[in-house]
Design a protein around this ligand. Sequence first.
Ligand code: SF4
Ligand code: SF4
Ligand code: SF4
Ligand code: FES
Length: 940
Amino acid sequence: MATSKEKDFGTPESTLQGLVSLTIDGIPIQVAEGTSVMRAAAETGISIPKLCSTDSLNAFGSCRLCLVEIEGQQGMPASCSTLVGEGMAVRTQTERLAKVRRGVMELYISDHPLDCLTCSANGDCELQDMAGAVGLREVRYGFDGENHLDLEVDSSNPYFSFDPSKCIVCSRCVRACDEVQGTFALTIEGRGFDSKVSTGPGENFLDSECVSCGACVQVCPTATLMEKSVIEHGQPEHSVITTCAYCGVGCSFKAEMKGNQLVRMVPYRDGQANHGHSCVKGRFAFGYATHPDRVLKPLIRDKISDAWREVEWDEAIAFTANRFETIQAEYGRKSIGGITSSRCTNEEVWVVQKLIRAGFKNNNVDTCARVCHSPTGYGLKQTLGTSAGTQHFDSVREADVIVVIGANPTEAHPVFASQMKRRLREGARLIVIDPRGIDLVRSPHVEARHHLQLLPGTNVAMINAFAHVVVTEGYVDEEYVVARCDPESFAEWREFVQRPENSPEAVAKVTGVDAQQIRAAARLYAGGPRSAIYYGLGVTEHSQGSTMVMGMANLAMATGNIGFMGVGVNPLRGQNNVQGSCDMGSFPHELPGYRPVTDDTVRGTFEAAWQVELDAEPGLRIPNMFDAAIAGEYRGMYIQGEDLAQSDPNTQHVEAALDSMDCVVVQDLFLNETCRFAHVFLPGTSFLEKDGTFTNAERRINRVRPVMPSQTGMAEWEVTQALANAMGYPMNYANAAEIMDEIAALTPTFSGVSFDHLDAVGSVQWPCNEAAPLGTPIMHIDQFVRGKGKFFPTEFVPTEERTTRRFPLILTTGRILSQYNVGAQTRRTPNSIWSPEDVLEVHPHDAELRGIVEGDLVAVSSRKGETTLHATLTDRVPPGVVYTTFHHPETGANIVTTEFSDWATNCPEYKVTAVQVLPASRRTEWQERVHGEKAQVVRI
Ligand code: SF4
Ligand code: SF4
Ligand code: SF4
Ligand code: FES
């Protein structure tokens, strides 16, 4: 499809219900109350010239180009900032208006470089379009007077440039940064002729508060703010609508292309998860997909000490099949398995789990969700009946109280964070429960009412204290509970939470948070009236991760906060398709759609469809695979798109397990850390080459469309299919759409999904079936999926990982905006300019005790191991807590994490590791051995 711009209605759609009748240029129309005259005209097909307005921003009324005449009114009001009125008669085209508009344009053009033909925006410039629209043919004023034509270009941002000589000071960029992104990085400095866009006194874009979301670039009507990729490659020629491959927000983009060259990613206005917004990763950090580090040919080797040998696909597939078959012949059917990837499409995941169940004939399949959100699946299924969040993102627009627990949305889910911040600016109140002072606690125009800075590992105690206040102070929504919840479990829970050990006063001692503050926050949540919980890995990656998920669901049910707009229990899931990889049956005990492998009826359905007998016994989870490998019983593994050696806890143990196997197969874009232990490397495809679907954190199934041919010559599912065939289990899908058809046929919550349906309606949130052909934005509306909502007592059990005199600090981990997970993608983009290495945040008090100053190399040691990082001193962390990210392999953050994990799901306890931090003089032996020079990163 061509890169035709979507229609810009000039001002946002009105949310009011009533209708107003008026005429525009004699045409009678009816529009929603609160609509601007400009938008009413646009909806009628009449374009009024404009410069400072665009429909993603509130009207501003500064350019005076959009003037109209209204019968009975004096003067010429701006149509963007004038609302329609009953009986109004508007004229948009008169001689007088034309003359004034030409005069306005003439003034703009007289201070604008006339280099249209060589300008990178030529053909995509609203100033140019408007000059044509108003019929400007000559400019009477010369360029001799004072002008802005010599102002210097700011090229500091790696992705876009700012050329102030082309700026018409329309303020769209400033308003986009304020209203859409919520960062408030830009301002208009000076007055009159001297007014100009500024990033702050003496600051360029790179040094400013700007987070490079690109919203300002997108709305700029001129070439002032311009993507460098467009300057380099020229204007795009065609586009494809697809989905970002980074985080669980699942933003839709128009990938704008010139031939097979991706020129830019433009957030898609009709994208139902992002509504035309994006973050730096999705919009700009796509260069990894065509990075020269990509391996495009299969590689094999007999032993991991051998050099890789590049081979054709046939040889790689035959080699792999032979290895796996030999292992199974010698060690048994269950001696091999694999893991699916949350970075891959639903269709790619489906075929891998099918290969394992039907081809390997066992259930040794797991997924990287094991190490992030498996407690979400477990906890929400137990209490509410389904393994997913309750709301769509738009629900936050009606929340009155927002609780953010163990999540850092501005860094990890930035587009949703912008939507949340908008609601907070409108007056919703915020409670942050986090050991760290995340940005949301205090940022421009946003301030949390309560920041409960609890000790890592004490979430469950905190949620119990909230519940205690709800139950003992009369905040239970009795009517809701009676109508919708299981009475026995509620009675048991009520008795449990009102015990003295769950009172804020008792819990204060455990969490380190003042009891009165806990009480006030709990009352705020309970009083809502609409209260929503958003949470992340700071909830799940604990030994009581599943307990905490159930605790939040209990609280939401007791206060009647599930089943409508503005409420809910909402996991902010990390990876682009972590929801999907779980839905697709990637767990060893569950077939697709979260149905037990032990259930004969369910298994029978799959056996009939797949024409194979399936194992009725659950398979191994990732940690059990590692243990079995070390025990010599598990000897072969197909690893789809995950860097286990870097992302899983207790690196030494993981490396020992991988080292024990006879056949490790890695399917990925790059040779990652795990490849040090691999015998086969099957090159994967980037999202730009994939055809399929991703399911985001709100259960939304979005299409991923190929914008260029596979660089490896094979789609990833074709490789898996070839391996299945080579191992004697026939698979013969002709395309990814056929895989989705099979998913729909075998998974009740997907029964209405097909590529055709998604192409027709954009996206759907599962369940999508006959009862809900357009999907289900909000779940549990009239009743819970499981019938009656079930309460579970959630006793707080402290983690076994305790601080001691030897390891007196708690290390906790998280993400930053510019990097993504293990960094395999973002480290291969200019994003590294913002975060060239992982650093350790240390409170100044702890630093002083240890003689550590800003930028020092420090050794972080735990019971498990030691690594080194550079320290940065900050009071974002409280005394006693240190924090780092895990985006760079040479950091080896997981060298120090422990084997403790969630009691129900084995999700590792990444968020709590007792450590000591001391000044260091050199990198560890592991860092030097494995990463050599790379480990000698620059001192910050
Ligand atoms: S940079 Fe662009 S959007 Fe911003 S004021 Fe100038 S012309 Fe308008
Ligand atoms: S890129 Fe985003 S954060 Fe930076 S100035 Fe523009 S709108 Fe603001
Ligand atoms: S918020 Fe997430 S999905 Fe959206 S552009 Fe950023 S990384 Fe991509
Ligand atoms: S578009 Fe209305 S004043 Fe600029």
